[in-house]
Design a protein around this ligand. Structure first.
Ligand code: PAF
Length: 277
């Protein structure tokens, strides 16, 4: 496994690669969800590049950029085991040198849900991913279904800006009780960890109601909301049922739809979703 710490080093390694290159962009503190992305990238490409960069521009001023969990040594060991070919881990100064002033803004699909709750978040994600795509020049880039809106933003951006790569979405990896894997789960204490299962319980309820024939999206949102409100540590940010591609909120469910939610458990904000199809 080779490690590139600068853009020049990464470009030099890329110059010698032939065959397809799969990029897995991450912010490190890797878990099984990330490793599932690496496995799929490995199965589909000649070379796998994993980037580790905690991107400051996608965090709001009151968010957890400074305290975001980091453990580079552990990440490198895990990636070595997965037979990753190249790890790209640039510094903040390398990615955002003094005078940096160009941004990528994807409209519409970023306006609601995470975009509404976290102003500027997707501008930071779109900008850093554009930079990573320009530097690594992958044929495919891999994103987790847990961040469904992020994947939708990537697909829109790549199509709109004629970027020469395919965005691949990989299913969410869950703990045995359904909690979606996330680096932020480490913030939860034991009681909060237990309460956090309410996200998956609400999504499972949505899926069950829909499978039983309920097509009225409001009724499903109401039932999900009632279930979450029973959990005293949970505070709802949003409960949503949208078109899976446009992320427009639905009145009547037409396939495929995305049931998604953001819920604070204590101070920890968690997101999750399921596709109704
Ligand atoms: O999903 C993430 O970890 C980040 O948003 C990403 C895609 C690595 C961009 O910083």
């Amino acid at each position: 496994m080779q490690v590139a710490k600068t853009i020049a080093e990464m470009r030099e390694l890329r110059r010698h690669l032939s065959g397809s290159v799969g990029l897995v962009p991450t912010m490190g503190y890797l878990h099984k969800g990330h490793l599932a992305l690496v496995k799929q990238a490995s199965a589909e490409n000649s070379t796998v590049v994993v980037s580790i960069f905690v991107n400051p521009t996608q965090f709001g001023p009151s968010e957890d950029f400074r305290t975001y969990p980091r453990d580079l040594n552990r990440d490198l060991k895990l990636l070595e085991k997965e037979k990753t070919d190249i790890v790209f881990m640039p510094s903040d100064e390398e990615m955002y040198p003094p005078g940096f002033s160009s941004w990528v803004d994807v409209e519409k699909v970023t306006e609601r849900l995470e975009g509404e709750s976290r102003p500027g978040h997707f501008r930071g994600v779109a900008t850093v991913c554009t930079k990573l795509f320009n530097i690594v020049q992958p044929n495919k880039a891999y994103f987790g279904q847990k961040d469904a809106q992020q994947a939708a933003v990537m697909k829109r951006m790549v199509a709109d800006l004629n970027m020469n790569l395919k965005i691949v979405t990989v299913p969410t990896v869950r703990e045995s009780d359904g909690l979606a894997m996330s680096s932020r789960n480490t913030y939860l204490n034991a009681e909060e960890r237990q309460a956090a299962t309410v996200l998956f319980r609400a999504l499972s309820l949505a899926r069950q109601l829909w499978q039983d024939g309920e097509k009225d999206a409001d009724k499903i949102r109401q039932q999900m909301t009632l279930l979450i409100k029973k959990e005293s540590l949970a505070q709802i940010d949003y409960v949503s049922i949208t078109d899976a591609d446009t992320l427009e909120e639905l009145k009547t469910i037409s396939c495929p739809a995305l049931a998604s939610l953001a819920v604070k458990i204590g101070k920890v904000r968690l997101i999750d979703n399921v596709i109704l199809e």
